[in-house]
Design a protein around this ligand. Structure first.
Ligand SMILES: [Zn+2]
Length: 360
């Protein structure tokens, strides 16, 4: 059931608690056109960007339509014939065991013995990425014996379904009851609804935790990250993926930049503010890269054109003209060059974090 729209104004930065801020601009819901005006501010201390006024926690469901993009599960990827599945798994098991040292696959059907299997596995180089379902490398965890993984904001659980196939004991947390139900019914996954705080996982429990496109939706990031730190194993890794306010895209498009996703993105980060948040929570960034995401540029171009026309249209159409394609490709290429020379200019931040003091 949708709740009533309600907003709250923040007196201090929701990350570092400092007062001084710079008001940037008012923005509206460009994707779904739900009425309301929200201000974007930048903290002068930690440099986090935050909405104020913003939707209250209680009113937030009002701003998430049931067809919200994150809730869709990739069902196509899970359908295949039995014979196909077996031969694919035979090769997959061999590569996972021989190349990535996923020991759990030792007892599964695979090429044996290792003396023969290992050279074959290395020759199958083009299939390496497919052996871990073509996950972005950062999302493919190193092997941990009886490893436990948690995906916070898991949607229907497609990602933890993959991790389960890779031998991980998997859990998901998801605020949408609909999305969680799909994953539970279709894949028998352990997906808990509500927030992380509702489930009280044990201390030091998870070897691998992921938060993909989650942090920007969270009202209370410091509290949440402290909870993540509590349940993260001392040798565990936390992977965060979130829009990058230091990106070329934001600099180029400003208010029309697609990933602002007002009002569902409450707080947005750059490298500086993500570091400040990690520090406050007792975590540290072990590795950070930025990645380009051309699709975000298309959204931004579309928002920019609609704003110029002043029609107040919302939504994205996903079909583009030659000029739009050319523009998006040019900005994307520029972004790739900047990333190539070591600038954090990509559309998204991808960070690997660990508990403080643990650097191995
Ligand atoms: Zn701050």
């Amino acid at each position: 059931m949708k709740t009533k729209k309600e907003t709250e104004t923040l007196a201090v930065c929701p990350v570092c608690g400092k007062k001084e801020k710079k008001f940037l601009f008012e923005n509206t819901d460009r994707l779904h056109g739900i009425p309301g005006e929200f201000g974007l501010n930048q903290c002068m201390s930690c440099s986090a960007f935050y909405l104020s006024p913003r939707p209250t926690l209680k009113a937030l469901p009002h701003y998430y339509p049931d067809d919200y993009v994150a809730y869709q599960i990739n069902e196509q990827a899970c359908v295949q014939s039995e014979a196909m599945r077996r031969s694919r798994n035979f090769l997959r098991n061999t590569i996972l065991y021989e190349v990535y040292r996923y020991k759990d696959f030792g007892n599964e059907p695979r090429i044996r013995p290792s003396l023969i299997a290992r050279p074959i596995a290395y020759l199958l180089f083009p299939l390496w990425k497919r052996s871990y379902y073509s996950l972005p490398k950062i999302n493919f965890p190193k092997y941990v014996s009886r490893g436990k993984a948690l995906d916070i904001g898991c949607g229907s659980g497609y990602y933890i379904w993959i991790l389960r196939n890779l031998g991980w004991e998997v859990y998901g947390v998801e605020p949408s009851e609909n999305a969680a139900n799909k994953g539970r019914e279709k894949f028998g996954l352990d997906i808990r609804t509500g927030t992380l705080f509702d489930h009280k996982f044990p201390d030091n429990y998870f070897h691998f935790i992921t938060m993909t496109h989650v942090l920007e939706h969270i009202h209370n990031p410091v509290e949440t990250m402290k909870e993540v730190k509590r349940i993260l194993h001392p040798d565990g890794e936390l992977i965060i993926r979130t829009p990058n306010m230091g990106s070329l895209g934001y600099k180029r498009f400003g208010k029309n930049w697609g990933p602002l996703e007002t009002p569902r993105h409450l707080i947005l980060y750059s490298y500086k503010s993500l570091s400040a948040l990690s520090d406050l929570a007792g975590l540290q960034i072990r590795k950070l890269i930025t990645v380009h995401e051309k699709v975000r540029l298309y959204w931004s171009l579309e928002y920019e054109e609609k704003a110029a026309k002043g029609t107040g249209d919302f939504g994205i159409k996903e079909r583009y003209t030659l000029i739009q394609n050319l523009k998006a490709n040019l900005i994307d290429a520029h972004e790739s060059v900047l990333i190539g020379i070591g600038r954090n200019a990509g559309e998204e931040l991808q960070a690997v974090l660990a508990k403080k003091g643990n650097l191995h």
